[in-house]
Design a protein around this ligand. Structure first.
Ligand code: ZN
Ligand code: ZN
Length: 234
């Protein structure tokens, strides 16, 4: 948002929040020092701190301002509310190891377990909570029955996790004996994991696009771009 800073010349200089604490030039040639964001906000009649979207959401839910009962897709009134949650992980400690699995093909069980937890359980609520420092923000969203069928709320992996694991174990067993067969199985295994990963990512994109139709939820997701949308009890 823009704030206005009065200059001695009588002009008001528009400054963004990002200019707080810096110097700006007025058209008259004077240099103005921009106060801190807290001072700018107070001068504009706002609270001196910005309320985090997650706190705003909780307040709106408490006051009954959310969720609107109109379907976010078609606007039908009295639509059922989906109990969705946004997992806003604040510490991204476990994301640095991406791609490390290729080198570890020899330890099938460990690798399979790693793939499972690192890539695919990410939208399993229990698994994410165990990382700690997770904010589960309720983002209930109204969607009528007709529009609901366009979304995939159930996690389906078509057995790809097990196929990937079995191929990987087979690869490890066969690699020393029949190199080419083992390598083929390994490639198949990684394909299975990659396909599952793509399915999961696509489903997340759809769920996010749904949640983002409520402006305050969009603000939350802008603040936590890695958030995972989790349907509760579906
Ligand atoms: Zn001026
Ligand atoms: Zn609808």
């Amino acid at each position: 948002m823009e704030f206005s800073l009065p200059c001695e010349c009588g002009a008001d200089v528009a400054v963004g929040a990002g200019s707080a604490g810096t110097m700006v030039d007025c058209a008259c040639g004077r240099e103005l020092s921009v106060p801190s964001l807290a001072v700018l906000r107070e001068a504009a009649g706002l609270t001196s701190y910005e309320i985090a979207p997650e706190a705003k959401i909780l307040g709106m839910l408490e006051r009954g301002e959310l969720p609107a009962r109109t379907c976010v897709d078609c606007g039908r009134t009295e639509s059922p509310v989906l109990p969705l949650f946004a997992n806003c992980e604040q510490a991204h400690s476990s994301e640095s190891s991406g791609g490390g699995g290729l080198a570890a093909i020899g330890v099938a069980a460990i690798v399979a377990g790693w793939f499972d937890s690192a890539l695919f359980r990410a939208d399993d609520r229990g698994a994410v909570v165990s990382h700690g420092r997770v904010t589960d923000v309720p983002v209930p969203t109204s969607l009528c029955v007709a529009c609901r069928s366009a979304y995939d709320f159930k996690q389906r992996d078509f057995g790809l996790t097990w196929i990937g694991k079995l191929l990987l174990i087979g690869a490890v067993i066969l690699l020393p004996l029949y190199g080419i067969v083992g390598a083929g199985l390994a490639a198949g295994s990684f394909s299975a994991f990659a396909i599952r990963s793509a399915i999961t990512a696509r489903r997340q994109r759809r769920l996010k696009s749904l949640v983002e139709k409520t402006p305050i939820y969009a603000e939350l997701l802008a603040r936590f771009p890695d958030a995972t949308i989790v349907p509760s009890d579906t």
